[in-house]
Design a protein around this ligand. Sequence first.
Ligand code: ADP
Ligand code: ZN
Length: 639
Amino acid sequence: MDKHQTLKHYFGHDAFRPGQETLIDALLDGRDALGIMPTGAGKSMCYQIPALMLEGITLVVSPLISLMKDQVAALKSAGVAAAYLNSSLTPRQLELATERAMQGAYRIIYVAPERLETASFRRFACAAPIRLIAVDEAHCVSQWGQDFRPNYLKIADFIELLPHRPAVGAFTATATRRVRDDIMRLLRLRSPVTATTGFDRPNLFFEVAQPRSKYAALKAILATRRGESGIVYCATRKTVEEVTDKLTREGYPVSRYHAGLSDEERQRNQEDFQFDRVSVMVATNAFGMGIDKSNVSFVIHYNMPRSMEAYYQEAGRAGRDGSDAVCVLLYSGQDVITGRWMIDHAEPNPELTEQERRMIRSQDEQRLRQMADYCTGSGCLRGAILRYFGQEAPERCGACSRCTGGQYAFVNGLERERRRHSTAQTEAAPVPRGGMQVSAYEDGDILMPIKPGVRLGHSTPAPAEEVDDTLFGQLRACRMRLARGLGVPPYVIAADKTLTDMARRKPRSLNEMLEVYGMGTAKVGKYGDAFLEVIRRYGSGPVSGIREKSSAAAPPAPRKATRRGGRRAADKAAPGWSSEEEERLRRGYLAGVSIAQLAAIHGRPEDEVRGELAKLHLILDQARLEQYGVALPEEDGDA
Ligand code: ADP
Ligand code: ZN
């Protein structure tokens, strides 16, 4: 297979993105390579393709254990033999995995940098046919970077110890000159082929708002994005706790993440988010470096981060699958004061000299100032970001709150909230605003927003054809069943963008399924039949009952027993929910209709509506509410 066939076969993509081919060609030629690309640009493909084409083993050095686990799961799902070696494995598991690696069982092995220093790993590495070493998050080697990790300094020694020096590829999203120079020098790259792609992320809409009440603003935004996956970043653990508490009490399906939680809870909460069991994660910056969730559709900063590097990395976790996404920063002057305080009280790194500490401190202060400038300035936000990273940018981008003169997420959110309170449900749509088109139509007595059919701002328009929302919902349900059956996050099976494309193309055969974005041969082989069955049933008849029946096509994945008592009773007594009705419920809820109103519209008890919404992962189920010690809200329609 050549590189294009490999891309298609394993990952289901038809073309390379900018920069990918240059780096792949270099590594295939045995040359070193340095890839500088923003988050979401597709760095992993740059070493995964060569890994699959070269004989022997590729080692991927990565700083975070959670990232490894998911990347390996995603690779396995695509039919690639991969494994990871890190401290999450028991000594026995490590030994077994190493043994299997020696026997040639894996093409790609992820390792944490500290593993490179152990004698057993070094013995393995010297005996194994290692053809390629990829260093992920390569900026960790630099003190000028955001996440300096002294362990990274030892990578170069490790490489030199190998009997045959493999090609080395280094990858990072940090673009500044100093970091780049450090990477080349400290990883001892040999005249690397370098590819720097633009830092623009055209599918992200940027917004800065300075609301009087951040919490009210947050809720207004969440109201416009119900059911969608998003992250709310807070500066401190305390704020995470406060925001999580309030939102949970009001019935929002949120989870929390910060370094003060037990390992167990962090793990569980992260999985709840990744498996789409809760849609919103409230977290400190401890969350996310390992999160490769492709369907995050909004990132809200409840506080200003302390640098543009941090901001862009965190905001960049939105829209990784290429779908439109929104990044909102809720600013207040207090954020700058908090930021200063944190710099003043940072724990001194004992590995640094006094002079180095002073230097790093003054850098931190400068970064904070620049971040505050971003929030308080008047120019185009995207332009400010790109220029910060040393890239030229046009005066105006047309897809940020400064260019559109309005705030997309915030104002729209408030506006819709107000409309709900002051007007009849059947009243006309919210006005289109900003770079994003929001329109609405009536369906019975439910007001529904339509997802924008055009891409944001200056990006290219998507095909005009409408995506079939009902089919999309059914494909999602099918994906959830598959994911549960396999114990992996849903996006490992297929990205939202893949399902959108599938709902649009409606393939009729496995062959046609191969045309779908992101469906490679392995995925079509594993999951193609299940999805085809959904599409076939959808096309062939009355819609009702599809969700239930089509489960026959999926592997034996028991639906999780999260249903509430009321719902279970209702299963017997009241007629079940048809997929059509479920879809109407989902849309109605996402459009902001209260539970009481939904109950009236559907002619079912509120309890049952709640149960159904929990089943659709739109609100918390009873078990989770109890876990948080929260009583059911009286009426969450105004939340
Ligand atoms: P990064 O590591 O740069 O943040 P990833 O490697 O995680 O980015 O890739 C981000 C997303 O882009 C993934 O969902 C991946 O499948 C997708 N992707 C990568 N390369 C391509 C391509 N050539 N065509 C389409 N999608 C791609
Ligand atoms: Zn702009």
